[in-house]
Write a protein that binds this ligand. Sequence first.
Ligand SMILES: *Cc1c(COP(=O)(O)O)cnc(C)c1O
Length: 383
Amino acid sequence: MLHSSYIEISKSALQNNINFLKQEIGPHVKLSSVIKGNAYGHGIEQFAKLAQECGVDHFSVFSADEAQRLLSAITRPATILIMGYLDNAELEWAIEQELEFFVFEPDRLREAAKAAKTVGKKAIIHLELETGMNRTGFESHTLRIAKSLLEECRDHVRLKGICTHFAGAESMQNHKRVTEQINLFNEQVEALKLEGIQAEQLHTACSAAMMTYPESRFDMVRIGIMQYGFWPSPETYSSYLGKLQRKQDPLRRLINWKSHIMSLKHVNAGDYVGYGTSFQAPRQMVMAIIPVGYAWGYSRSLSNQGQVLVRGQRAGVVGIVNMNVLTVDVTNIEGVQKGDEVVLLGIQENESISVASFAELSTQLNYELLTRLPMNIPRMIIS
Ligand SMILES: *Cc1c(COP(=O)(O)O)cnc(C)c1O
């Protein structure tokens, strides 16, 4: 089946990024590869296999369905941690599969112990603490309940981790709040320890925290965006570069989103192109029709704004992005032909379209843009 576009995932780029991250955290901190959001748009199945080949053996997902997809894709045993959604009905399955999961309220802890008893295996849990994000996590005043529950359920629950998540470590604007979160986490861990509650590992850091707050690394870091070759924010990137002699990005992007020219069209000066009147040709022009539109995540807000690469040169989007096609101006691209490769995102010869530039124009974050790449675009591994 030929698709109108496809996404290439580069193995050497991933290996490069994993090497960089491991070097950054050193041998005593574990790396968990965060693959929620369809592996940030890269495709859970394809990405996980590749990550294992690059030496990853710990994955964090958001939900049970992602864990299920991961389980069926991997070729070697791995530790799988569910950080978010897990229905009570799925608890027994998760425990049976020895999946690890966040426990963020007393009720979940009770249910986990109950399910573990039925299954006859211990639930492997990570106690999530509320330290200031105000999303999920045991609040200080519920820690006493956690403690007595943990004691009560000792035979059915293994406390593998204690963890928390930061409310925006990628921006210095949140510096005070994040620092307070780290302090509160340390205090609560200490308090639990005094009460005899101790976990095998502590973990709090996402990509930005790992880079900006080394004291947040503890025993494990949960890394999403950076393994895919993107920085959590321009701020995190420039503060890292500031410390370097040789100002060069150590990360490489894995993703290239490609299509090809479906048809060429010559238009005369004064002609309108596409729906409505948003673009009128100022001169004789050559347009290339590309079989990708907003149905595949190429945002309509890139109408008359986005750029793609053809024969190593930039070509601007002309007119409105349609559901299934977009039109670009290739008037000045010599030798352009029907069937030519088109790069929507990524590198071609010496030019590149970065997600950041793409995202800025369409007012989406790197994170959002990547994860919105539809699942039904085929992903292909390249070296
Ligand atoms: C998404 C997520 C991460 C990874 O964040 P990145 O910024 O992509 O590194 C870590 N921990 C939790 C709880 C998350 O939800």
